[in-house]
Design a protein around this ligand. Sequence first.
Ligand code: GUN
Length: 303
Amino acid sequence: MTILDGKILADLVQQRVQQEVEELKIRTGKVPGLTVVIAGNDPASQIYVRGKNKTAEKLGIESRVLELDASVSSSELLDTISRLNMDGDVHGILVQMPLPDHLDEWEILDHIDPAKDVDRFHPVNLGMLTLQRTDIYPCTPAGILETLDHYKIDLSGTHAVVLGRSFIVGKPMAAMLTNRNATVTLCHSRTRDLPSILKQADIIVAAIGKPGFVTADMVKDGVVLVDVGINRLDKKEDVLALCDESQIKKFEKKGYGITGDIHKETFAKSSYYTPVPGGIGAMTVAMLMQNTLRLFKKQLHLD
Ligand code: GUN
């Protein structure tokens, strides 16, 4: 049972990005620019956006956050994106999800210039990914592959089960694992007899936002467990039942604990697992920085 430490690996990726940003600044006089757009005041999104901004600045990336009111109209948001599409100092544009209910997610995401789409959610980029015609991937699945590769976990011929079919994680993850020669089953809320499918899995990627959903009885010995869930628990009995020791201590101080989609007792059956926190979350931010750098290089024809 080896912990796949996302924090250490994220630091390594960030150091690499920082060094290249410095070198390119000397060579070109320019630095990568990332603009994050957030509409409304969803507390979790605000925390993520602040984290992304802080990390970008640390690495020498020119980072801007545009905070728009929750009532922003579709045309105002589209105009904002049009301006960013034309701004030569902006190489990466990220619109934080979820958007307020009155906005049409795809209308907004479709409007981002695919060349500046740092999340890789634009249909053109998701299509290119499926066809194995790009080397820039959505940040969370990219962080997962980077982690598995770093620990030399061979995917070829394995049965990978992905839980959750979102365009942020599940769908691109399934395509990326397929392109790496895994046999992939993509499961979701309507999947029948999920436990029997999970039991066949060599690798499970859980991205459903349900605390402790995957339990020890559902998995086989030696499985690789990748936990993408970041679930906040506010009730003491839930924290005690589902969180690890560090989060139980955190609950005493802050009144909440974090846990993933995989129950803590499941990890004992695994060969490798990603903890929550300290697993994939940090890698997602590191991959965002790497994507920003890659888009910058492409736009300046530096590679
Ligand atoms: N909301 C949750 N994860 C993400 C992400 O990776 N990108 C964006 N834009 N929004 C998110």
